[in-house]
Design a protein around this ligand. Structure first.
Ligand code: ATP
Ligand code: MG
Length: 568
């Protein structure tokens, strides 16, 4: 491409609301242009990067035996009613009616559509397994679209769905998809981690996220410093404690504890480790058909993990409750305990099951119980994992130490089982001629988010630094002075030779000053810029490696060989 003819409207100023490097540089370098909140146009450079990423995905999917399809973006709302997701998805679903008053939604994900495509077309176990995917626009009316392509409303997703006759076969395909996703991210040149993820209300252990490691990531990951274990903090577990604090020794008793409300105050008052105090966290759980206050109990040394709590309650969301609301329910804020507490739903962290020597609120003002043995709780008590891991906790796999890092979720793979196939009655006949719902997996990848993720991981204060596989053009030939015949001639010669060799090349033939063109080259982030300038009179040119930040003098006669060597 000739820069003089390219549509690359670079800008000096960043968009006002842009805080992330990817948002700032992709806009300033003319890859994307915002249309409205969460809506973007892809300009030629942006479209090229998008297609690069798509090509890698397509190759790896073909290699893994998945078949590409393309489903309608506009999807009938009926399908969403059939699966029961129309309410759950809430306002993220953009609904509208056509001229005949039929209700539709813009596809935010395509489980229902894919199940609908396959049901009654695949009818026998002999036609299984099947893995279908597409790379397609999605629309989610996100509550807070932000960070440019990272959290847009309209975005591009690779979404794949697999159909199986058994869970064993799903496990095999899930592993194959995990391996394929790993190869995709490796080929894109990204530093990433595959972590255990929250499986939402569906439960089960078969949910993994692919996280690109970046400080700007919205997700917090707990990773082991010794083994491969990594998990989203929403799902992270810990191993056995290395040491358990010394237990207090007290007979069951009620104590006056005037104004002792917080865990810190309570532990200090009784001179015990917060480990032996029982923390009560009250939240309003919002369900599809109503809401209620739920009290979560866990050790004072732990914090409540909200996503775990949402799952344990089977709620859509948890919201804070005011003290007056608690009082109206007969609760005593600061002194809530599980003994004789009635009329309110309680959920306990697994870690307090049968715990001894605990100190907890007595459900009356200024009073706590000590020496509490929680094995007195009734049999039907609900226990769940509620705690949030902390840095320094033991790894659940190897006992190593957990530390935190930030990640950008670029992919999510999930064992669905029959969660969609059962309600949508998508069935096949098994070997015994009996009808069974398909066992399914789903595999999502954020294609447009990946464009941003590459830059979050690869940039500096001058702009983008594309990896070799993601760059819009691999080589940029910078002719410093286009009026200089010798410079222009060498530039054209290299441009023709590289293009003939299939190297994606830009030639900067604009009648602009060198400094101006160099700024653009840095901002756009071409991996290699060939600088043909004044030094050509002495027989030399320069190769500028954007990632390494290094300029190397090269004899002009060797230019082509040295460029192809660099490409490798
Ligand atoms: P998030 O937690 O970031 O909202 P999600 O759990 O809603 O993601 P999935 O439904 O699993 O995401 O979608 C699959 C992939 O699509 C995600 O891993 C992510 O890379 C991408 N994705 C999801 N929402 C957006 C968005 N608003 N903009 C860009 N990419 C997105
Ligand atoms: Mg989301």
């Amino acid at each position: 491409m000739r820069f003089s003819q390219a549509f690359v409207p670079t800008e000096k100023e960043a968009p006002k609301d842009a805080v992330l490097p990817s948002h700032i540089y992709l806009t300033r370098a003319g890859f994307i242009a915002q249309v409205a909140s969460g809506l973007y146009n892809y300009l030629p450079l942006g479209k090229r990067v998008l297609k690069k990423i798509e090509a890698v995905i397509n190759e790896e999917m073909a290699h893994a035996g998945a078949q590409e399809v393309e489903l309608s973006f506009v999807t009938p709302a009926e399908l969403w009613e059939e699966s029961g997701r129309i309410e759950k998805f809430g306002k993220e679903l953009l609904r509208f009616k056509d001229r005949k008053e039929n209700l539709f939604v813009l596809g935010p994900t395509h489980e229902e559509m894919m199940v609908n495509l396959v049901r009654n077309r695949v009818t026998s176990y002999k036609q299984l397994p099947l893995n279908l995917y597409q790379i397609k626009t999605k629309f989610r009316d996100e509550a807070r679209p932000r960070f440019g392509l990272m959290r847009a409303r309209e975005f591009v997703m690779k979404d794949g769905y697999s159909f199986h006759a058994s869970t064993e076969d799903l496990d095999r395909e899930f592993a194959a998809m995990e391996a394929a996703y790993k190869r995709i991210l490796e080929r894109l040149g990204l530093d990433f981690r595959i972590v255990e993820a929250d499986s939402g209300a569906i439960g089960g252990s078969g949910s993994k996220e692919l996280m690109v490691i970046a400080d700007s990531g919205e997700d917090t990951l707990a990773v082991c410093d010794t083994c491969e274990y990594g998990a989203n903090i929403e799902a992270a577990r810990r191993g056995e404690r290395r040491t358990v604090p010394e237990a207090p020794e007290a007979d069951f008793n009620k104590f006056e504890t005037p104004d002792v409300k917080s865990i810190g105050e309570l532990a200090a008052f009784f001179h015990v480790d917060p480990y032996y105090t029982l923390k009560a966290v009250a939240k309003r759980a919002v369900y599809e058909d109503g809401d209620e206050v739920v009290v979560f109990f866990l050790r004072g040394s732990d914090e409540l993990q909200e996503v775990k709590a949402v799952n344990a309650a089977g709620a859509l969301d948890l919201v804070d409750v005011g003290e007056e609301e608690l009082v109206a329910l007969g609760l005593v804020p600061g002194f809530i305990g599980p003994l004789d507490l009635e009329g309110v739903r309680m959920i306990f962290d697994e870690d307090v099951r049968d715990a001894k020597q605990m100190i907890c609120g007595a459900n009356e003002k200024d009073a706590h119980f000590v020496g509490v043995d929680l094995s007195v709780l009734p049999k039907q008590t609900q226990y769940a994992e509620l705690y949030e891991v902390k840095a320094g906790d033991a790894c659940p796999q190897c006992g190593g130490e957990l530390t935190f890092t930030k990640g950008i979720e670029v992919g999510h793979i999930f064992k669905l089982g029959t969660v969609y196939s059962a309600p949508l009655k998508a069935e096949f006949l098994n070997e015994n001629g009996k009808a069974e719902p398909f066992v399914m997996g789903t595999y999502g990848m954020g294609v447009s988010r990946l464009v941003a993720a590459v830059i979050e991981q690869h940039h500096d204060d001058r702009g983008c630094i594309w990896t070799k596989t993601t760059a819009p053009y691999l080589v940029n030939i910078m002719v410093s002075n286009v009026k200089d015949e010798a410079q222009m001639e060498l530039g054209e010669e290299l441009y023709a030779a590289l293009r003939a060799a299939g190297v994606e090349t830009m030639i900067d033939d604009r009648r602009e000053r060198f400094g101006f063109k160099m700024k653009d080259a840095e901002l756009i982030g071409f991996p290699l810029t060939v600088i043909i300038g004044k030094e050509l009179a002495n027989g030399n040119i320069q190769l500028y490696d954007r990632a390494a930040g290094e300029k190397t003098d090269v004899p002009a006669a060797e230019a082509y060989t040295r460029i192809t060597e660099w490409i490798g």
